[in-house]
Unconditional design. Sequence first.
Length: 280
Amino acid sequence: MTGRRVDAHHHLWRTSVRRHAWLDGDGTAAIRRDFTPDDLRAAALGVDATVLVQVLPDFAESVEFLATAAAEPLIAGVVGWIDLTGSPSEDLDRLRSAPGGELLAGVRHLVQAEPDPRWLEREDVLAGLAAVRDAGLVYDLLVLPHQLPAATAAVRALPDLTFVLDHLAKPPVASGQLEPWASGLATLAREPNVVAKLSGLVTEAGRSWRVEDLRPYAETALTAFGPDRLMLGSDWPVCLLAGTYAEVMDAADSLLAGLTPAERDAVRGGTASRVYGLAP
């Protein structure tokens, strides 16, 4: 590898500051604590830059994340949260004027939690996405397989907005099924304004995963998007529910071993640097 290595998707949180109700569920005890930049630096050995991604639908969290990124050299960009159906342009201006606002790279909403499978096609949501486009930012898509049709419709409606698909839309790795996820992913990937993150697969696989369990999903994504439209993310510390930071990155290296050096560099850092506009 000759290029810099970028972790394009990780989180931080302080349960002592904000309630994280999602951590109250079964099986999350291992990550039910604060995760700070100190923890990130200790885990992300060999990584040159990271992208910090929102956790809660909380504007104040995004303000805090920007300030955190400004104080932490390892964090090169932030994907924050705004209410797309509220006053998105004003909220984006507020984020950009906050300390660290120059590190705002994109925004995200927890679409996977929306009960309406066509939420992304709503007129008010599309208007919010247009505000993201007008601000020169990218939009991270956090969707489940059954929401891929709506995601594709939104992508087609805004061809001049770059979308980043998180976690490959969370395929059913634990069951080993590929369809209908693979077909939905391929349809989305035909739109040139979409890139995707090779991330989150170990969590979908469960604690007893092997690299070979992940391979069909990674190969499907590589075929659909190609290395220049794929980026690597750890999804740390969520990944700790299924494996360590090092185990996730080692698995990614194994999945990418068949690529050329230039292709591996693209997935490991080049795509993320370009799409998020990460400073050297």
